[in-house]
Design a protein around this ligand. Structure first.
Ligand code: PMT
Length: 419
């Protein structure tokens, strides 16, 4: 066992990582204290049947030795452009061509920034620029570095270019602080790569290959002042399950997400937003390049007319906040959809059928997924939902089921409509 309780002999014991047998994984390691987890990750990939080669930045050698990684990967470790002993050239181009997946774990703020800018001052970075395979990064850093707008902007740029991000976890950090920035656990990273490379049912995987979708998920946040906001109870679970189900069938998915604690589903490109206005911008931009969209987010219909720059202080009497309408993202996509597919949601508390049909028509959805808060186990936060599909030819009522299963049924319906 290591100091964190990982079993080095059989990492991730009890979890089967599918989709990795025979796959070629290039593991990039950068200079973070989390580099020690790369040893466990490497073992886990090897145990799952992957061939692993390792490229390290010079600083990474300070955190974990090349000897350790060479022993675990059963391959020599690559750090420099040239072998100082014999001058042999380590070709970043052939490394990039060799790999089925380039997994950079841990990825420091520094490396992410260089990747976002196209800087190529070490072998790990030149290989990134040459890679033709999917690239996955698993960020690891202190919470303030992770939250810094520069880092967030770099991650956004990388995600927009197709780099997959394994979201860091929240917890105790090497600095002693607690927050988000801790590298995801090796078993979760390996599972992410396995799913990306096709651990799912291969038939399903291919069925949406070449299709691009936008999925909105979670709640928007409308600021009142620096302290308060207007929001709702959406956890993002339903939308994340849909994004994951579409990606598992081979679709290229952009998930436009309100604030949530959920990890990004495997193979999904995620854009984080806060307000309805930000969600509008991200969703409309992504829709231009998409074959369809699933609008699962619970978007604020109203936002404060002005946002106070300072905390609003208590005063004697009552207080009024003037709200103005937000733009309706789904209605906008419906207006410009042409032959693209548009799926909506309706969360209702009464007159469910009538309200859902009105939204179907008004927003030009191909079908709408109705869920009602009157049904036990349906709607916000939980892991189950009870939905009814409504389109112009009728309705199909589904029983209560896990949100993951609802997502599969939605993906099935999307597939049949695209045929
Ligand atoms: O996230 P979970 O906790 O798993 O909960 C899932 C859910 C309950 C949020 C989800 O199943 C759901 O019902 N989402 C839609 C909730 C909703 O607020 O719907 P609505 O009736 O307000 O909006 C109708 C449709 O228009 C929706 O597709 C919505 O995403 C979209 N819309 C609404 C307003 C707006 N400004 N822009 C929009 O795109």
């Amino acid at each position: 066992m290591d100091s964190q309780g990982h079993d080095i002999q059989s990492p991730g014991a009890g979890r089967t990582v599918e989709g990795l047998a025979g796959r070629r994984i290039l593991l990039g390691i950068t200079g973070s204290i989390a580099a020690y987890k790369a040893a466990v990750l490497c073992r886990l990939l090897k145990c799952a049947g992957a061939e692993v080669r390792v490229v390290m930045t010079p600083l990474a050698k300070q955190f974990i030795t090349p000897l350790t990684m060479a022993t675990l990967s059963k391959n020599p470790i690559l750090v420099e452009f040239f072998d100082p002993e014999n001058g042999a050239w380590n070709s970043h181009v052939s490394l990039g061509e060799w790999a089925d997946c380039y997994l950079i774990a841990p990825a420091t703020a520094n490396t992410l920034a260089k990747m976002a800018c196209g800087i190529a001052d070490n072998l790990l970075l030149t290989t990134y620029l040459s890679a033709r395979c999917p690239v996955v990064v698993s960020p690891a850093m202190d919470l303030d570095m992770y939250a810094h707008p520069a880092t967030q902007e770099n991650l956004r740029r990388l995600a927009e270019r197709g780099v997959r991000i394994v979201q860091p976890a929240e917890g105790e950090l090497a600095s002693g602080l607690t927050g988000k920035g801790r590298m995801a656990e090796p078993a979760d990273i390996a599972a992410f790569v396995g799913q990306l490379l096709g651990g799912e049912n291969p038939e399903k995987k291919k069925s949406l290959q070449g299709r691009r979708f936008v999925v909105t998920a979670g709640a928007t946040i409308e600021a009142i002042d620096p302290v308060r906001f207007i929001s709702n109870h959406s956890s993002g679970k339903m939308g994340y399950a849909i994004a994951g189900a579409l990606a598992a069938r081979g679709a290229d998915v952009t998930l436009v997400s309100g604030r949530t604690a959920l990890p990004t589903p495997a193979g999904v490109r995620r854009t984080d937003v806060l307000s309805a206005a930000e969600m509008y911008d991200a969703a409309t931009a992504a829709f231009d390049r998409a074959d369809g969209a699933v609008m699962c987010a619970a978007v604020a219909d109203y936002t404060p007319d002005t946002v106070s720059e300072t905390k609003i202080k208590k005063c004697g009497g009552e207080m009024c906040i003037t709200l103005r309408r937000t733009r309706d993202i789904a209605a906008e996509l419906g207006a410009r959809k042409s032959s693209r597919l548009l799926v909506g949601f309706a969360l209702e508390t009464h007159d469910e059928q009538v309200n859902a049909e009105a939204k179907l028509a008004k927003k030009n959805f191909d079908f709408i997924v109705l869920n009602s808060l009157r049904d036990a186990g349906a709607g916000f936060r939980g892991d189950t939902n009870k939905v009814t599909f409504i389109d112009r030819s009728g309705r199909e009522e589904l029983p209560l089921m896990p949100k993951s299963e609802v997502a599969e049924r939605i993906a099935d319906k999307i597939e049949s409509l695209l045929k």
